[in-house]
Design a protein around this ligand. Structure first.
Ligand code: ADP
Ligand code: ZN
Length: 281
């Protein structure tokens, strides 16, 4: 059996699966302190005979093999978790291989292996939620260490919002993540109707970001997940913006199959963590 942890800033999802990665049991618990949360995680996993565990974690985390803080959560506004040796804690509890990557890379791995990227060599998974982050698998290899949410964009002519990013103000995340939409309009994105102008502005920014990713990473498919992308009217708008910006400079594939939602839905992350477990043996 394999174990998987999708460690988010708000909640942890733990699952166990059989050799075919079919999930047989799962739990969801709130993210409180490392001691409290991990105690519940261990209580769950202790009931199974696991061969390996995979972790996709909120961060920033250290994924540089050989680094003294490899496996740690680094600086985070969730202070109880700052500098916490998450991987070390799991490894010392279970003497089995433990795979370790970021939450968004976990989702990318899940979609690549068993979702919308199945059968392809190069994909990009972008999450548009509380933050914006990308996980890229290029020629079959996961690229660690990308921070694709903080790229700079051209501001929309009608946008007078300065952005939420504490580092850059109006980077992609600062202008287009869920909290930016909420602050710009003074109402949560989920409560704005599908016809609201917010979605045209959102697509304007996401289209620019995708143009940059297409030109630099050349993925065969781009999967857009996260809470904001639950607004499904965004998909045709983003495809349109991408096509408009590209101006035919390179031939884009059929956009309806190029820019897509996650096939695994909210299970992309936990599925990726299971694949990570299986591959870490
Ligand atoms: P996280 O990024 O924290 O893992 P989510 O991907 O669910 O979690 O993203 C949460 C963000 O997405 C919040 O800013 C929230 O306002 C926004 N969001 C969630 N659901 C929707 C929705 N249906 N429409 C628009 N925005 C949403
Ligand atoms: Zn930024």
């Amino acid at each position: 059996m394999y174990g998987a942890i999708e460690a988010g800033g708000t909640k942890f999802v733990c699952a166990v699966a059989d050799e075919n990665l079919k999930i047989t049991e799962r739990i969801s618990l709130p993210t409180t302190t490392p001691e409290e949360t991990l105690a519940q995680v261990f209580e769950f996993f202790d009931r199974f005979d696991l061969e390996a565990i995979g972790i996709g974690s909120f961060g920033p985390i250290d994924t540089t093999i050989g680094s003294p803080t490899y496996g740690h959560i680094l600086s985070t506004p969730k202070l109880a978790w700052a500098n916490y040796d998450f991987l070390g804690a799991v490894k010392s509890r279970y003497n089995i291989p433990v795979g370790w990557t970021t939450d968004v890379n976990g989702s990318a791995l899940g979609e690549y292996g068993l979702g919308a990227g199945k059968g392809l060599d190069s994909i990009l998974y972008l999450t548009v939620g509380t933050g914006i982050g990308g996980g890229a698998i290029i020629d079959g290899k996961l690229r660690e260490g990308l921070e694709m949410g903080h790229i700079l964009l051209k501001k929309h002519a009608l946008d007078d919002f300065s952005g939420t990013c504490p580092y850059h103000g109006g980077c992609l995340e600062g202008l287009a993540a869920g909290p930016a939409i909420g602050e710009r309009y003074g109402i949560k994105g989920a409560e704005l109707g599908p016809e609201h102008e917010a979605w045209d502005m959102e697509a304007y920014y996401l289209g620019q970001a995708l143009m940059n990713y297409v030109l630099t990473l050349n993925p065969q498919r781009i999967i857009l997940g996260g809470g904001v992308m639950k607004q499904s009217q965004l998909f045709p708008k983003v495809r349109h913006e991408l096509e408009l910006l590209m101006q035919g400079y390179i031939n884009l594939p059929d956009l309806n199959t190029f820019v897509v939602p996650p096939a695994l839905g909210d299970d992309a992350g936990i599925t990726g963590a299971l694949l990570l477990a299986k591959n870490s043996k």
